[in-house]
Design a protein around this ligand. Sequence first.
Ligand SMILES: [Zn+2]
Length: 104
Amino acid sequence: MPGIDFRAVRAVAQMQEVLELLQFTASESSDDQLRGPCPVHGSQGDHSRSFSVNLAKQTYQCFKCGSKGNQLDLWANANSLSLHAAAIDLCERLGLAVPWIGRW
Ligand SMILES: [Zn+2]
């Protein structure tokens, strides 16, 4: 299977779009920081603040389950997919071309 340019995926698939696909609703937001229930371990209750997102840096971290990374890691972890599968899935959902490496 050809490789995928994960950097290219992250350049076009924004953290905000990943959060929307995950139906994330922030319980708290200020500037580029959002907090709310964690889509990775599935926090119970809308008032959970264990999950923290930095929209400017496109990173996230959960203080409860310890999951962290960029928006592609988030999609992979929240859906129990490999990074490779997550990149393909995310591109398809957002209507983007998958940036394959060395296919041609
Ligand atoms: Zn979590």
